[in-house]
Design a protein around this ligand. Structure first.
Ligand SMILES: Nc1ncnc2c1ncn2[C@@H]1O[C@H](COP(=O)(O)OP(=O)(O)OP(=O)(O)O)[C@@H](O)[C@H]1O
Ligand SMILES: [Mg+2]
Length: 266
């Protein structure tokens, strides 16, 4: 692996809920190299969102250590773009003002970044909605706006929690290709690319985008498989019809469901 950017060492997380402890993650050891695109797939409730929040420093792990860019994570880390599972837009601010929020929070000149914000909104097919309030947009459009917000400051690390979950299949494919472009698949050397940790429920999407797909077990989430995607880049939609893609798809499906060869769908 190239330079490691994210290192999780035997990370575990137990929530102290009113009804008793909930063990969300157990024994997670995972490294992500700088410039790598890694997807996490796993059943609902296996701790994927929890894992992203721990990497971002938004929540401490109960046990184990988390290192990002050679620093132990003890508080929210700067220079990341985070896309949450829900869009979380401020309802009293326009879409453009929401996208510009990270500039204000980082005390950067929002005026200077307006052009970039508008460019990102165009990329996401939201050019006509810059002046609208969040409630005037559909759920999928709000999610695209929150993706623009995460990309505004061009962060080297992107943590994305089902960013395309609310999109229709065609928009979803377009956004996946756009994300690969922004990542620098075509024109940047590996080290110059962003590092991406991407949560999805779609096996196809995970394979299509990633260098590695990490499959998690049901709660408490553990790593059930860590599979390298040896498909050529830049990725094309035709690749999805290839034998290698199909094999990997089946392997991930089997790991997720525990089904073995020859199982019928009854
Ligand atoms: N704040 C919390 N307090 C108590 N339990 C929590 C809290 N957040 C999550 N959990 C529990 O921890 C487990 C993991 O939750 P998490 O949201 O990380 O799962 P997930 O893999 O992201 O699921 P999904 O695919 O449905 O988004 C679940 O059992 C959930 O009920
Ligand atoms: Mg989640």
């Amino acid at each position: 692996m190239t330079n490691r950017l994210i290192d999780l060492d035997k990370v575990g997380m137990t929530y102290r809920a009113a009804s008793g402890p909930v063990e969300a993650l157990a024994g997670i050891s995972l490294s992500v190299g700088a410039g790598e695109f890694v997807s996490l797939v796993g059943p609902s409730g296996c701790g994927k969102s929890t894992l992203l929040r721990i990497v971002a420093g938004l929540r401490p792990a109960t046990v184990g250590t988390v290192t990002v860019a050679s620093r132990t994570v003890t508080q929210p880390i700067p220079d990341i773009g985070m896309v949450f599972q829900a869009p979380i837009l401020l309802k009293w601010r326009t879409i453009l003002e929401n996208v510009l929020l990270p500039a204000e929070l980082a005390a950067k000149d929002a005026g200077a970044l307006r052009g970039r914000a508008i460019e990102l909104l165009e990329m996401a097919g939201l050019h006509g909605f810059a002046g609208k309030l969040p409630h005037e947009l559909s759920g999928g459009m709000q999610q695209r706006a929150s993706l623009c917000r995460a990309l505004l400051l061009d962060p080297p690390l992107l943590l994305m929690d089902e960013p395309f979950g609310a999109l229709d299949a065609m928009t979803r494919d377009d956004m996946a290709l756009e994300l690969l472009r922004i990542w620098g698949e075509r024109d940047l050397a590996r080290e110059a690319r962003k590092t991406v940790l991407f949560v999805t429920h779609s096996i196809t999407e995970a394979i299509f985008l990633s260098d590695r797909v990490v499959v998690m077990s049901p709660r408490p989430g553990r790593i059930a498989a860590d599979l390298r995607v040896d498909l050529p880049r830049p990725r094309t939609v035709e690749l999805r019809a290839s034998e290698a893609f199909g094999r990997l798809n089946l392997e991930i499906f089997r790991t997720l469901t525990g089904r073995t060869a020859g199982t019928t769908a009854q």
